[in-house]
Each structure stands twice: as C-alpha cells, then as structure tokens.
Design a protein around this ligand. Sequence first.
Ligand SMILES: [Zn+2]
Length: 173
Amino acid sequence: MDRLEQSHLIINAAKYIQYGLRTAIIAQHTQLSLKYLRSLVKDITGKSAVSGQNITIPRLFKSKRDTIACILFVSIYNKANTSQHRQVDLDLLIKAFDCFSVQVSQLESFTHNKTMLSINDAWVLMNGYLNQIIELTPCCCGSVVVTSQVFELDSRCPFCAHFTPHVVKLITA
Ligand SMILES: [Zn+2]
C-alpha cells in the first residue's frame, strides 16, 4: 500500500469513528489494525475506544417498534445498494443511517425514544440480512415479515399481526 492509499484509508476510518462505529467493525472493513484504530479513536474523540459486544440479532427485534425500525432501515439501504456483495458497505451504511434518522424523526411514534437502532446495530442488521441470516418475507398485508432460519424470531407481521410460518418448520413438519 502506498502513502496515498494509506492516507485514504485513515481518512475513511476517521469518518467511521466519528459516526460511532466500533473499532472491531472498522477493522473488518479496512486493513487497519485494532491497535491502530484504538489510538485513532483516542486522537479523534479524546476518549478510549469503548470495547463491548455488538447487539445479537434476536435483540434487534425485541419489540414491534424495533422490528418496524429494522424493516425501514433494510429498505433504505437496499434502495441505494447496487452491488451483490455480502459485505456491508460502510459508506452506504452511513448514508442509509442519515436518511433513516431523518425519516424516524418525522414519525411521531418513534420520537419518544431516541436510543433505538444505533449505527452499530444497523451494521449487525445489514450483516445478517446480506448473509441471509435474516430475511424479509412478503406479508399478505403488503408489508414484510422478518424471518430467520438461524434464530427463533417472532414471525408475526409488525403491521397486521398475521403469522407467517417459519420456512424451515414448514419443510420439516
Ligand atoms: Zn402484514
């Protein structure tokens, strides 16, 4: 890697850090080491990098409202996504997150709780979706239901409460 590429990588990493993305996620998407990224966090934010676990996929859907937020985020990301890559595009994730935040701020039912879906949660969500750990299945009401062949998720539609049987359970029953 030449100096220019290296500088480009560091500028991008700095942008991701400012958005609050975890160093472990940034390290997966750049060729920068965790050690380097942690020192970059300290330079940029003046604080040590927060080490902690990412949210688990089932916890993303713990309430009807959370599920609706996830469906909204996936649809925003998908609309802008033109690649078939299974890897989350961090620049696209950030753009989708900005758009999502604007849309959510306009929805009255979401404005009471600002702690919903963080940028790191959005990464877990898209990583799960792009790797087909979770899927969006059309519901008869015209919306979608979140289903998974890996995790036990509530398969009721968050909009009309229609129950969509799990695909695997249907086959193995
Ligand atoms: Zn429905």
